[in-house]
Design a protein around this ligand. Structure first.
Ligand SMILES: [Zn+2]
Ligand SMILES: [Zn+2]
Length: 646
């Protein structure tokens, strides 16, 4: 008998050679129907892998990330079989699961595969799936494996096998198809009920541009047709919400080849939006005890040599700026931290004066390859909502909680309800990797974990993910389309205080090192606005949107009254404008809808007579005719329901 420990801690006995599927059956029939993959100790296994020793077992279904991974990886085998049949002579290379679906890199030889081939690939793949063929792993000798692929003339698989050790090589069979594979499959092909080939792209063998270019076939699959339909709708919705498309339509930002790639130009409406976001954060930061500072966009090269950023960014980033003076070199700043360290160094502090919290909307520049640039999410110049907190080790706990409070306030006010926190801590097996004392690390890691617990965050701890200079907490935000964005890092740092020789006088009258916290709830203004655009589809929260209302006079006659309305709105700090173009009201409404303006205020004969405005909401809801004051109250109430005071 062997002892199997389940995730809830229960230990059950099974006869030696029992499989994860046997364990699932012993728990419930329902689980056995749904289990598609498993992990035994730290290894992903098949549901039919015999278990021969004591250990812990986790069973996965489609609802787990690991389950999806097995599902999609197995689907790549099915698609590979279809590709091999439809394109004779095609050489298969690798076919992993990815975040959404899978791909297979193939050398198609003289064939070119394009969108018009997708239906036939999907049809054949689905036929194979319906055959309910079991995925069966079996070990092969290195010689046997090499023999198979050498006879096919597949130099890619031969190269892969040559790097493997004899005795560790396995093949996976299903139907008439065999592939070199380490494992991690679902029980049989029949579980895959819907397959879609999404795109093809060029990809170099082993990601090396000096090697052969292959065709990467991207696909996705699901256990239900309905889920595929929903996924395709989501993809279409994502296309509609693409921030590059919306940014153009809403006149928020633009790019100019003349100015340079990756350098966004903020148009008046976008600049106003940014300013509002900045003011919102500045106000909360002021209450939280931050002080604003301003630092230049460049700094002497020496500054970044001291900070270590030159070693990190120097070679691959913008090169030093030279002056007429010999040997004088400046860098565009890649980070604000070194400047803030020097601000801290302008005078001596005692422990009683800490923490110091310096905040700056600081613009930084980093060189990104032109192929990596993407709208506002990957740019070469961006503004961080940066701040650095300098505190004593004893204050770290409290400060961390305060930063979490601020981050939660930001997320809540902007309509993000779905998020998790990730706490990155040391790899305890590699203590030499980290700078700073073990005692300080323990203190900092405990401070972060306690803060996450106390603030009720849904968090996971990732061992070994911490930077060499300190542990951190990241907020992972799920947007309206279910995509994950990393936002709002809070990073503890023992390195820069050391490098810049920062000190404070303790109660013992001795000099000590402060701890530094880097934090940016938005991350960068550019990336955050991109996320907001895609999350809201351009329907920003009312407090943030550039124009909250647009006044539409029915005819020229009512323009005077429209101006009177505008005046009272402005006096009540409502952002509005009048559309007095010589167009029909119908056309003006359609355009205001396109522009995502939340309220359309129509003024005509009856409104002027009764001193009211007729209100139509974005999306078409008719709120009837009300007084300007009632409208102001409505807007204020709605703003207060999302924008809580900090
Ligand atoms: Zn496989
Ligand atoms: Zn920093």
């Amino acid at each position: 008998m062997i002892k199997i420990t389940l995730p809830d801690g229960t230990i059950k006995e099974y006869s030696k050679g029992s499989t994860p599927m046997d364990v699932a059956k012993s728990i419930s029939e329902g689980l056995a129907r749904n289990v598609i993959s498993a992990k035994f100790n730290d290894t992903i296994v098949e549901t039919v892998t015999p278990l021969n020793e004591d250990g812990s077992l986790t069973l996965y279904t489609w609802n787990n990330d690991e389950g999806k991974k097995a599902f999609w990886h197995s689907s790549s085998h099915i698609v590979a079989q279809a590709l091999e049949e439809l394109f004779p002579g095609a050489k298969l290379t690798i076919g992993p699961a990815i975040e959404n679906g899978f791909y297979y890199d193939v050398d198609f030889g003289e064939h070119t595969v394009s969108e018009k081939d997708f239906p036939s690939i999907e049809k054949r793949a689905l036929e194979i799936a319906r055959g309910k063929h079991d995925f069966k792993m079996h070990p092969v000798s290195k010689a046997e494996a090499l023999e198979k692929y050498k006879s096919q003339g597949n130099e890619f698989k031969v190269e892969l096998i040559e790097n493997l050790e004899d005795g560790t090589i396995t093949f996976c069979d299903h139907d008439t198809f065999t592939d070199l594979c380490r494992g991690g499959h679902i029980p049989n092909t029949g579980i895959v009920k819907a397959i879609k080939i999404l795109s093809v792209a060029g990809a170099y063998w082993r990601g090396d541009e000096n090697k052969k270019q292959l065709t990467r076939v991207y696909g996705i699959s699901f256990p239900k047709q309905k889920e595929l339909t929903e996924y395709l709708q989501l993809l279409e919705e994502a296309k509609q919400r693409d921030h590059r498309k919306l940014g153009k339509e809403l006149e928020l930002f633009a790019f100019s080849q003349k100015v340079g790639q990756g350098l966004p130009l903020w148009l008046p409406k976008g600049a106003a939006l940014r300013e509002r976001l900045e003011d919102f954060l500045k106000k909360a930061q002021k209450k939280a005890g931050y002080e604003m500072v301003v630092t230049p966009h460049i700094g002497q090269k020496e500054l970044y040599v001291t900070s270590g950023h030159y070693a990190k960014y120097g070679e691959d980033s913008f090169q030093p700026i030279h002056t007429p003076k010999d040997g004088e070199e400046f860098l565009l700043k890649p980070m604000n931290c070194p400047h803030h360290c020097e601000i801290y160094n302008t005078k001596p502090f005692s422990y009683k004066e800490l923490p110091k919290r310096y905040a700056e909307f600081g613009t930084v520049y980093r060189y990104e390859q032109s192929g990596e640039l993407h709208g506002l999410t990957r740019v070469r110049g961006f503004t961080q909502d940066d701040a650095h907190i300098f505190c004593t080790p004893e204050q770290l706990d409290e400060e961390f909680k305060k930063v979490i409070d601020l981050s939660l306030y930001v997320l809540g006010s902007l309509g993000f309800e779905n998020f998790k926190a990730q706490v990155s801590v040391r790899d305890l097996d590699n203590p030499d990797k980290y700078i700073g004392s073990v005692e300080n690390w323990e203190k900092a890691e405990n401070a972060i974990i306690n803060a996450a617990k106390e603030k009720g965050l849904d968090y996971v701890i990732e061992s070994g993910e911490a930077a060499f200079y300190g542990p951190k907490l990241d907020f992972m935000v799920k947007d309206a389309l279910g995509r994950n964005w990393q936002l709002g890092t809070i990073q503890v740092d023992y390195n820069l205080p050391e490098r810049f020789d920062l000190t404070y006088k303790g109660s013992d009258n001795e000099l000590h090192r402060p701890v530094m916290i880097h934090r940016a709830p938005f991350g960068s203004m550019e990336r955050f606005i991109a996320l907001l655009l895609e999350h809201t589809g351009g329907n920003f929260p009312l407090w943030l949107i550039p124009e909250q209302a647009i006044i539409l006079p029915v005819s020229e006659k009512h323009e005077k009254y429209a101006e009177k309305v505008l005046n009272s709105l402005e006096n009540n700090e409502i952002r509005a404008l009048i559309d007095n173009r010589n167009e029909t009201v119908g056309k003006k409404i359609r355009e205001a809808e396109m522009g995502k303006t939340p309220f359309m205020l129509i003024v005509g004969e009856s409104e002027e007579e009764h001193n009211t405005i007729a209100i139509r909401r974005h999306g078409g809801e008719d709120l009837g005719s009300i007084s300007v004051q009632d409208f102001v109250d409505l807007v204020t109430k709605e703003i207060n329901s999302t924008l809580k005071s900090f």
